[in-house]
Design a protein around this ligand. Structure first.
Ligand code: CP
Length: 314
């Protein structure tokens, strides 16, 4: 079971608002739960009698499934709301949907939404805990936490590590959450993308900015490769997927200049042959599927902490 608690938040909305100590508490709690996920009977009664609702307004494979598994491993009851066939289609607002879910006795609402800030609005309107499962271009806190957890598990520390985040920085909630988390824990972060995919003022986040993929790879202990988000307004950001791959795709050839121990990460879903080659994605440096597995322990930790908060924001 997790160590002495100091968690005071009802919700997990973003990494930006967390202290280094809060992030470390989540990581340490996840470490305890990781052991549970390897047992023959992968279940503890920590959330018995609690109800967790997945409310996803955008598609998801990894996040939704691992939140469901995490809740079930903690013995919670889990409801998945299919927004496409819900009353959202009749015009029901996010707040009304949230209040109705709460009226059905939900203790935790996990929300993914295409609007940045949607989980914050919901958290003000319900007493249930709200967990951000990705809001627009803003934050994806549990993805960053599982990325950091994976890095720490593989390399033994975060402080002093050099991590390059490569790809569509402009539209990436994963990039923003990782930058907040990694820099708070003392890592040196570089972001690398074509100029059009790096928002102005990026240096103010405390990161190094480069457009040179080889430089970003050469100095890194780990690279986190981001998907080109063609479903957002990226269609005109690069002439074609093939040209993007030629200039910014992470391939075996590009990794020749890397440190021997470099880790290749990707939050998924992968666009093979666009931001990463199949050989690299499936190769020995890749920890992409370990990231997915670690998502269960990290999300168990988050669900446990928000439902056992000691009251009052930190
Ligand atoms: N990384 C991630 O958020 O994946 P899903 O969209 O499948 O949840």
């Amino acid at each position: 079971m997790p160590e002495k608690l100091a968690w005071k938040r009802k919700d997990l909305l973003g990494i930006e608002e967390l202290s280094k100590e809060e992030i470390e508490l989540i990581l340490n709690t996840a470490d305890s739960f990781k052991e549970v996920t390897t047992r023959r009977i992968k279940k503890v009664p920590a959330l018995r009698g609690k109800t967790v609702v997945n409310l996803f307004y955008e598609p998801s494979t990894r996040t939704r499934t691992s939140f469901e598994l995490a809740a079930k491993r903690l013995s919670a009851d889990v409801i998945n709301i299919a927004v496409e066939v819900s009353s959202v289609k009749k015009g029901e607002t996010l707040i009304d949907t949230g209040r109705n879910i709460e009226a059905l006795m939900a203790d935790v609402i996990i929300v993914r939404h295409n609007c940045s800030g949607a989980p914050y609005i919901l958290s003000k309107s319900v007493k249930a805990s709200v967990v951000n499962a990705g809001d627009g271009w803003h934050e994806h806190p549990t993805q960053a936490l599982l990325d950091i957890f994976t890095l720490k598990s593989k390399l033994g520390r975060i402080k002093g590590l050099k991590v390059s985040i490569i790809g569509d920085i402009a539209h990436s909630r994963v990039a923003r959450s990782n930058i907040w988390g990694l820099t708070k824990l003392g890592a040196q972060v570089t972001v690398c993308a074509p100029p059009v995919l790096i928002p102005p003022g990026m240096e103010s986040f405390g990161v190094k900015v480069t457009n040179d993929l080889d430089e970003a790879i050469r100095e890194a202990d780990a690279i986190n490769v981001l998907r080109m988000q063609f479903e957002r307004d990226n269609v005109s950001a690069f002439p074609s997927r093939m040209e993007y791959f030629k200039a910014y795709g992470v391939t075996e050839d590009r990794l020749k200049g890397a440190k021997k121990h470099i880790l290749v990460m990707h939050p998924g879903p992968i666009n093979r042959g666009v931001e990463i080659s199949a050989e690299v994605a499936d190769g020995p440096k890749s920890v992409i599927l370990e990231q997915v597995t670690n998502g269960i322990a990290v999300r168990m930790a988050v669900l446990y902490l928000v439902t056992h908060a000691q009251g009052g924001a930190i």
